[in-house]
Design a protein around this ligand. Structure first.
Ligand SMILES: [Zn+2]
Length: 250
């Protein structure tokens, strides 16, 4: 039964790209998460799980990135979208948060937080074909309802650090109907040594620039078809050496 459902949702989503920036919408808060039924949540869990299984470059997915029709197929009424499927355990992600739906997540970032340079793509920015170096908080507090198959919805809160915090911020802003291009000040210009935001923790500009070249040159396959940077008030796409390729329209 479960395998059949999983197969169905994988098939339903095969080849379907995530929504791009201009179509993302802010998700409404889900009312009374604890009274949601397994039969409402299980199809959504499969939707997230199947999507990530079919797209191994993605770490997590926010449900505002799916077409409304896809969500309606699996769970029509009410439309539940203030959800992130979060599959992985990184530095500090406890087992009870693995492979779960995070429902109505709330994040708070300490005012004195350190930031790090995150090298990432986004399924909602040119179908994940562009790389970005994004300034992400090194830690945050996550408060969220959590659900996994076979368990009841519970409220949890925990401190996220490093990539956990970065991924969570990335997905959270999708629930707000936004993506990284809504925060140009956080997209680091790796071609400019004077760009503020570098030299936090152990990620120097040189290290990130080297990482970018390694990704571009590794195995002769380019994971990204260019890099998005914000320069002199506008977004442009450059190659791994910082050479201008084209303008960017979000
Ligand atoms: Zn994204």
């Amino acid at each position: 039964m479960i395998e059949n459902e999983c197969f169905f949702y994988t098939e339903a989503l095969k080849g379907e790209p995530l929504l791009q920036s201009e179509k993302l919408v802010k998700a409404e808060e889900i009312t009374r998460p604890k009274s949601l039924l397994d039969k409402q949540l299980l199809p959504l869990w499969f939707l997230g799980k199947s999507f990530l299984q079919g797209n191994p470059n993605f770490i997590a997915v926010a449900f505002t990135q799916f077409r409304e029709e896809s969500i309606k197929i699996v769970n029509g009424n009410p439309l539940l979208r203030r959800i992130i499927f979060f599959p992985q355990i990184f530095a500090n992600f406890s087992d009870s948060y693995r492979d779960c739906l995070l429902i109505n997540p709330e994040i708070s970032i300490p005012s004195e937080v350190d930031y790090y340079a995150s090298v990432e793509g986004c399924g909602s920015i040119e179908f994940a074909r562009l790389g970005m170096v994004v300034r992400r908080p090194y830690s945050m507090l996550l408060k969220t309802y959590v659900w996994r198959p076979g368990e009841k919805v519970f409220m949890g809160s925990m401190l996220l650090e490093d990539i956990d915090a970065g991924v969570m911020e990335h997905e959270y802003i999708h629930l707000e109907g936004k993506d990284a291009t809504f925060y140009p000040e956080n997209i680091l210009n790796f071609t400019d040594p004077k760009h503020e935001g570098w030299n936090n923790r152990d990620e120097t500009q040189e290290m990130v620039a080297r990482e970018i070249r390694e990704i571009a040159l590794g195995n002769n396959t380019e994971r990204y078809k260019g890099w998005l940077i914000h320069k002199e008030g506008k977004f442009i796409v450059v190659d791994s050496y910082g050479k201008h390729m084209r303008d960017f329209k979000s």
